[in-house]
Ligand binder design. Structure first.
Ligand code: 1PR
Length: 523
């Protein structure tokens, strides 16, 4: 029996699912006594440091937690569960941490995208039983903007390189805590959890083949999900956002089965887009929530869900805010939510008023769950221009001329699944969303969607150079070479594809095989 400290923010379902998949039972902490009575305690922290410490305080968990840690019983902290052990954090200087380990938590000051999102390796500094059976070159999933700095180097278990060398896990007696998410790190992560559960595993200090770790480029499988005309939830795919074929919604398979297949094939992340979410309220869309729940029981890589995240009034006039919709997605197993149409409307309102309200979906969700949990999905299409001065938008000079030989274009944002174009360009939208608290951009391109012509490199370069958060390149992948191109010709951190994977034209493993000696990928 494992005791799990859930303080109510974010996705602890995935940790529970991962532990249960290893044959253990999980008991969730409801009181300080549960912490004191625990044999082994897992503390998965999600969200923001200040919010976490305030909730621990309110629930009177701090004292029992300190008693547990002092007793040296097996403890596994994950992500914020590591940061909580330190004295304070730059993220919330006014709030004290537990102070179990001397040191503090600092924001990354590196010339790279922050948050540090994705799969990175470990430099092993000492042996640990949680590394039993690891070889040393495995990669683990990270998602964070802050890292710990320990006063006493003897607690450092591993470090990781990301523009600097930072502490990625600590060990002090039986107290172990990782910045990465074992529950989201596929087979290697499950092995760490298994070793933690089996306290008899022999200590191991693996030797990686390289002296430095490198963040891998991620390959993401995207599943557009909606009900077909028979009412079954199906994965569909169109080209340029038309998903009907001879009048029927194209049916490419069952969402949970496909997600599982992609996990087994080596996908680094799975994205579900509830593509009718913009018109149907997601909280009434129980099958979609069920898909997420079932997937998170079997798939141990990060799950993102998008569609319909916005404030909403139901037919009886009851109001729900976007935060409630996101909370339900997180409770059902999502690690990140993706906001599409609402982000455009928020950015337009901000540009008009020049004022941040603090009330938008991007701001409220990132405040509670952290920036890394908020992805903004942009659906732009090209608008060609004769001259760069024709519009008041971010214009690029293009090497792909328009139908009338135009040499310039801007990327017009759309809402409602590409149905409505707005007077806002993709570069400005990305910039505003970063300012509002988005942690990542999912950059689609309607012109390329489903065409197999390759990613729109010009669009991706325009957006990546405007923001410092990671960008997921999406739309148009048709050959393995397209992934190589997007990772070498742009600063995109990850590449997303749908059609080629659904139609089994190119398996994910083949993409990784091709990339292996050219760019860093997770194998
Ligand atoms: O606006 O917050 O409700 O979010 C709705 C989300 O659903 C948006 O992210 C929007 O992109 C997506 N969406 C809406 N309608 C459709 C549709 O297909 N009719 N899907 C749709 C867009 C997603 C793309 C696709 C890539 C890769 N498709 O990300 O997966 O273009 O495809 P490819 O590899 O086959 O080229 P909201």
């Amino acid at each position: 029996m494992i005791t799990l400290l859930d303080y109510g923010a974010g996705n602890v379902r995935s940790v529970t699912n991962a532990i249960e998949s290893l044959g253990e039972t999980v008991r969730i902490v409801t009181s300080g006594e549960d912490i004191l009575a625990a044999d082994k305690l897992v503390f998965p922290g999600v969200g923001a440091f200040g919010n976490m410490m305030r909730i621990l305080q309110e629930k009177r968990f701090i004292e029992p937690l300190m008693t547990f840690l002092d007793s040296n019983r097996p403890f596994l902290g994950i992500c914020l569960g590591l940061q909580a052990l330190f004295e304070h954090s730059e993220e919330a200087p006014e709030v004290d941490g537990l102070g179990f380990i001397a040191g503090s938590v600092k924001r990354f000051a590196v010339d790279r995208s922050v948050p540090h999102i994705g799969w990175n390796g470990l430099n092993f500094k000492q042996a640990s039983r949680v590394f039993h059976d690891l070889f040393g070159d495995e990669k683990f999933y990270f998602v964070h903007s802050y890292h710990v700095v320990a006063d006493d180097p003897s607690v450092i278990l591993t470090t990781t390189n990301y523009g600097c060398e930072f502490i990625s896990s600590i060990q002090k007696g039986n107290i172990i805590a990782t910045q990465f998410h074992p529950e989201k790190s596929g087979r290697a992560g499950l092995m760490i959890l298994k070793n933690f559960l089996e306290t008899t595993a022999a200590p191991n200090c693996p030797v990686p083949s390289s002296a430095h770790t490198t963040l891998a480029k991620r390959i993401i499988a995207c599943l557009d999900v909606r009900s077909n005309d028979q009412g079954d939830l199906v994965v569909t795919k169109g080209d340029q956002y038309d998903v009907r074929e001879d009048g029927d919604v194209r049916n490419l398979g069952k969402p949970v089965e496909l997600a599982q297949r992609y996990y087994t094939d080596g996908a680094d992340e799975i994205t579900f887009l509830n593509i009718t979410g913009f018109r149907d309220f997601p909280l009434e869309d129980m099958p979609m929530l069920e898909v997420l729940k079932q997937t998170s029981e079997k798939v141990f890589v990060p799950l993102t869900i998008g569609g319909g995240i916005r404030d909403y009034s139901d037919k009886d006039g009851r109001r729900y805010d976007a935060l409630a919709v996101a909370a339900e997605y997180f409770r059902s197993g999502a690690d990140k939510v993706s906001i599409g149409s609402d982000a455009v409307l928020i950015a337009e309102a901000y540009l008009q008023s020049g004022r941040l309200t603090g009330q938008s979906s991007i701001e409220t969700i990132s405040r509670v769950y952290g920036n890394q949990a908020v992805v903004v999905s942009i659906d732009p299409r090209r608008v060609y221009l004769k001259s760069a001065d024709d519009v008041d938008h971010a214009v690029i000079e293009t090497t792909i001329p328009g139908p009338n030989g135009e040499r310039y274009c801007w990327y017009q944002c759309t809402i409602s699944g590409g149905r409505e174009g707005r007077d806002l360009d993709a570069v400005t939208l990305a910039r505003v969303c970063e300012k509002l608290g988005a942690g990542e951009i999912l950059l689609n391109c309607i012109d390329r969607d489903g065409t197999n012509l390759g990613f729109d490199i010009e669009l991706i370069n325009a957006v990546t150079s405007a923001v410092s958060i990671p960008v997921i390149a999406s739309s148009g992948a048709g050959r393995v070479e397209h992934f190589h191109e997007v990772f070498t010709a742009t600063r995109a951190e990850s590449a997303l594809a749908a059609g080629i994977f659904h139609r089994r034209e190119i398996p994910i493993a083949e993409v990784k095989e091709y990339l292996a000696c050219k760019v860093e990928v997770r194998r």
